[in-house]
Design a protein around this ligand. Structure first.
Ligand SMILES: Nc1ncnc2c1ncn2[C@@H]1O[C@H](COP(=O)(O)OP(=O)(O)OP(=O)(O)O)[C@@H](O)[C@H]1O
Length: 350
């Protein structure tokens, strides 16, 4: 069942079309990530969902109620939506307890119990209650911001790049903790990010935006393995994109004849993810495309191996493969490349 429905959302700032006819359905209890480069319209969309801004045109329906129909919109405080901003936006002069309890009535019965409960939910030590935000780490501050947003039991939680200021390790652990918490509470959540790995690991629906348009929405797996075009493919991770000639579920390309996920005929662009390519010693005599290792970028657990293929009709091809640091071939080694699984054929023109 759809909890939030966006239809034809359009918003202009002068000559800039920040949003240009965005449609998106967010299922109840789901986690949606809106992914896009800087300036693609992600924050504008989030502000329109939250009610801080109204669209010029388009409709926002929340839990069956129309909350925006063009510029006519229900104000933010009547929507029951929680928001965690990029920097947490805590009140620096208030204690952690007062930050978390900010939205709760001052004289509410059990106010202190509710604050303690929220602290426990986000796994913060009760000893921190009297501290001020600047006496907490970045990750702890983000948990306080989340507790404050949870205090009013929102129906929908909006997360605007809430992990971006945290360093890599803390970022992953905070994201995991937040995901588990929101899932346990059954709160429909939308995360805005420009980090593809974060979007893929957080969400059960990823929506990719560029220049105010929503290009494709689907499960992380669909977007990663079946992107609509090469731009989306490369935005979601490393991609090997090759010109090919298609026939009945097969493609002839620089890697020989390989299986594809499309039964069309004729020229097309196909895509493989680097992890679909396996390398072996070329001297083993088994079938597979031969190439030569041109370069190795050693980076520990994930290294990049550049393989040069023999000149073909499209000129010399270089493939980038990711490999663990152990057992790497040497530069100049002759290797045999085999493909695992099917290549993806882009829906658009070659
Ligand atoms: N208040 C405003 N006035 C004028 N232009 C704006 C305003 N807000 C956003 N824009 C423009 O609208 C476009 C979309 O901006 P938006 O902040 O939604 O993008 P974003 O994808 O969230 O970017 P980032 O990842 O950098 O935060 C940009 O070109 C931006 O300059």
């Amino acid at each position: 069942m759809t909890f939030l429905d966006l239809r034809g959302i359009t918003r202009r700032y002068g000559a800039v079309a920040a949003l240009d006819g965005v449609d998106l359905a967010v299922p109840v209890g789901s986690r949606t990530a809106i992914l896009g480069p800087s300036g693609s319209g992600k924050s504008t969309l989030l502000r329109i969902i939250a009610g801080f801004e109204a669209p010029d045109a388009g409709r926002v329906t929340l839990d069956g109620a129309l909350v925006a129909d063009g510029p006519a919109a229900t104000p933010a405080h009547l929507r029951g939506i929680g928001l965690v901003a990029q920097d947490g936006a805590l009140f620096p002069h208030l204690s952690i307890a007062d930050n978390i309890g900010f939205g709760l009535p001052r004289r509410a019965p059990h106010r202190a119990d509710r604050i303690a409960e929220l602290m426990a939910m986000v796994e913060l030590d009760p000893a921190m209650l009297r501290r001020r935000p600047d006496q907490l780490s970045g990750g702890q501050q983000q948990r306080v911001a989340l507790a404050r947003a949870l205090a009013r039991s929102p129906r929908l939680m909006l997360l605007d790049e809430p992990f971006s200021a945290l360093d890599t390790g803390l970022r992953a652990s905070t994201r995991k903790a937040v995901t588990a918490l929101l899932e346990a509470a059954g709160i429909t959540t939308i995360l805005v990010t420009h980090d593809q790995a974060e979007a893929l690991s957080f969400a059960d629906q990823v929506a990719v935006m560029r220049s105010g348009r929503l290009l494709q929405a689907g499960t992380p797996r669909e977007l990663y393995l079946r992107p609509r075009d090469s731009m989306i493919a490369e935005f979601l991770g490393d991609a090997i994109i090759l010109p090919a000639q298609l026939a009945e579920g097969w493609a002839d390309c620089a890697l020989g004849r390989i299986a594809v996920d499309d039964r069309r005929h004729g020229p097309a662009q196909i895509m493989l993810r680097p992890e679909q390519l396996a390398l072996a010693d070329a001297r083993d005599g088994a079938p597979g495309t031969r190439g030569e290792v041109a370069e190795i970028d050693f980076a520990g657990s994930v290294c990049t191996v550049t393989v040069r293929l023999p000149d073909g009709p499209a000129g010399a091809q270089r493939l980038l493969l990711r490999r663990p640091g152990l057992g790497l071939p040497a530069v100049g080694a002759r290797v045999r490349i085999t493909v695992q699984g099917e290549a993806h054929v882009f829906a658009g023109d070659p």
